[in-house]
Structure formats: structure tokens, C-alpha cells
Design a binder for this molecule. Structure first.
Ligand code: NAD
Length: 246
């Protein structure tokens, strides 16, 4: 018996990285999964491989969110889980961040999850159940010198998670945030500027002395998506090998 049997999940930014790991694990645990991403080829390939549905979707677009929810309900009859995973990282300090850069990052990392929560909530309210998992970052818990807009977007998502959790609790909808540290995906290459030495230094600075595999984050997302976390809402789940402990 799967831990997500009978559930329907939407995973944004699911074509690769952590989103792909979450979509794959959710399928293995019995969920029907809708993978969305701007990366059409990768998304379609993964969906075919794991038996999911792919929808080309830019999380910044309000009308596309309506379409993702409509198609998911049409195909599977319900939406039990939303993982707001899509995100972008750009390195720029406060003084180096121009307004376009700031807005670009906020649009994907903050406006995207806002539109997503607002789009799925009416369906979840009607069902009287749902779990929303917002992928923030340790950059939503502590300063991100040199990645000013990214840090702003991830702090915002942490706060939005708590407000949504309180507003939606009476409808039996849970909303939690995940705060990953160093996860081995394409994004970490951007964080380290593609420099292997910097990657190695970052990995050594983690108390567990290594980056995480995306599958390790997927297991936490699975817990929050499933009924095993039935009393968790409005909470922060840190998965960072100990980075923020000291
Ligand atoms: P990734 O770059 O491999 O995956 C991000 C995915 O989001 C990609 O598939 C990308 O195409 C998609 N995406 C980007 N913009 C989009 C848009 N406008 N609409 C739809 N999809 C879009 O990186 P990842 O590590 O898998 O990132 C997943 C999440 O984890 C992100 O929110 C990221 O900020 C967060 N995170 C990552 C790390 C890390 O170390 N890798 C650490 C903390 C938090």
C-alpha cells in the first residue's frame, strides 16, 4: 500500500531536480501526479517515464494556473497536494540588484506560489482536505549575502505559508514550508558559479560534510503531502545537513 494512495498531486518545476524527485517518489507511493514546468521536453520525458501527466506551465501566469487546476480536476477529479517547488536563483548583492532582476526573482519564487495556493484552495476547500508544501530555503531563515532578491523571495514564502496555514486550517487544509540547504541539482551549480572548488568548500562547510541528494528532500515532501503529517501546519521543516544549527 502506497503512502499517497488515492491522492492527486501537482508538482511545479517538476521537470528536473527536486521537483522531479518529488514527482517520482509520489508516483511510487500511489499518487496521480501532474508535473508542470517551463521545460517542456524534460517535463514530457519525465512524465512519460514515471506515468505522470505533464502540463507546460509558467508559475508566473495566473491564467495558466487556472488551466493547470482545471485540467487536473478534469483528469483526476481532485487536487489533494500542491508542491510549490519551481524556483530560480540569481547571484546579486543589494547594490548589484537592478529592479528587473529583483522583480524577475520575486515573480517566480513568490508570486508563483501565491497564485498556486490561491488557485488550488477553492478545490481543496470543497473537498475539505489538502496539503500545500512550499519549497522555501535556508535563505528564508537566515541572511543570503550576495543573493539579495532570492533571500527576500524565500523569506516571503515562509511568511505566506504561515498566513495561508491559519486562513485555511478551518477547511482542513495544511500548509507547510520546506527549507533545503545544499541540494545537488542544477541550481547548486548556479549558487557555486559552476566552480568545483567552491562546490567542494560549500560541501565541506555543511556539518554533515556533503550536499543532499534531491531524493532526500522528496522524502520530507512525501511526509508533508501524506496524512502522516496530519497535525503539522504553518510549520518550517529544515533539511540542511546542520547548516542552520550553528
Ligand atoms: P532546479 O533549477 O533543478 O529546478 C528548478 C525547476 O523550476 C526547473 O525545472 C525550472 O525549469 C523550474 N522553473 C523555473 N522557473 C519556472 C517558472 N517560471 N515556471 C515553472 N517552472 C519554473 O533547482 P532545484 O534545486 O530542484 O530547485 C527546486 C526548489 O528548491 C527551488 O524553489 C529552489 O529555490 C529550492 N532550493 C534549492 C536549493 C538547492 O541547493 N538546490 C536549496 C534551497 C532551496
Amino acid at each position: 500500500m502506497g503512502r499517497l494512495d488515492g491522492k492527486v498531486a501537482i508538482v511545479t518545476g517538476g521537470a528536473r531536480g527536486q521537483g522531479a524527485a518529488e514527482a517520482t517518489l509520489f508516483r511510487e507511493e500511489g499518487a496521480e501526479v501532474v508535473v508542470t514546468d517551463v521545460l517542456r521536453d524534460e517535463g514530457e520525458r519525465l512524465a512519460k517515464e514515471i506515468g505522470a501527466t505533464f502540463i507546460a506551465h509558467d508559475v508566473r501566469a495566473e491564467e495558466e494556473w487556472a488551466e493547470v487546476v482545471r485540467q487536473t480536476v478534469e483528469r483526476h477529479g481532485r487536487v489533494d497536494v500542491l508542491v510549490n517547488n519551481a524556483g530560480i536563483f540569481e547571484r546579486a548583492s543589494l547594490l548589484d540588484t537592478d529592479l528587473d532582476t529583483y522583480r524577475r526573482i520575486i515573480d517566480v519564487n513568490q508570486v508563483g506560489p501565491f497564485l498556486g495556493m490561491r488557485a488550488v484552495a477553492p478545490v481543496m476547500i470543497e473537498q475539505r482536505r489538502g496539503s500545500i508544501v512550499n519549497i522555501s530555503s535556508i535563505a528564508g531563515l537566515q541572511a543570503s549575502p550576495g543573493a539579495f532578491a532570492y533571500g527576500a523571495s524565500k523569506f516571503a514564502l515562509r511568511g505566506m505559508t504561515k498566513s495561508a496555514a491559519i486562513e485555511l486550517a478551518r477547511h482542513n487544509i495544511r500548509v507547510n514550508s520546506i527549507h533545503p540547504g545544499m541540494i545537488e541539482t542544477d541550481m547548486i551549480t548556479q549558487v557555486t558559479g559552476g566552480d568545483p572548488e567552491r562546490h567542494e568548500r560549500f560541501a565541506r562547510s555543511v556539518p554533515l560534510h556533503r550536499p543532499a541528494d534531491p531524493a532526500e528532500v522528496a522524502r520530507l515532501a512525501l511526509f508533508l503531502a501524506s496524512d502522516e503529517s496530519s497535525y503539522c501546519t504553518g510549520a518550517e521543516f529544515v533539511i540542511d545537513g546542520g547548516i542552520t544549527a550553528s
